[in-house]
Write a new protein. Structure first.
Length: 68
């Protein structure tokens, strides 16, 4: 949680995005559990920050065109 807070403070939610090492990590943990655990770490932040980190920032930077 401290690392996430520090990243958000230094870079802002517009420059922080969630990512994983899948499919390599699938031998250790499911993608669903990994994402759920990360979302728990963001729980104390506002919905706007959580959405930015979990998908909006990647959507913007990679120009995915996802509507939400």
């Amino acid at each position: 949680d401290h690392l996430i807070d520090t990243a958000l403070e230094l870079f802002t939610p517009n420059r922080v995005m969630w990512g994983s090492n899948f499919p390599v990590d699938r031998q250790f943990v499911s993608l669903a559990k990994l994402a759920a655990d990360f979302e728990k770490s963001l729980a104390r932040h506002s919905p706007d920050i959580r959405e930015a980190v979990m998908w909006r920032t990647a959507n913007k930077w990679y120009q995915l065109g996802v509507q939400g």
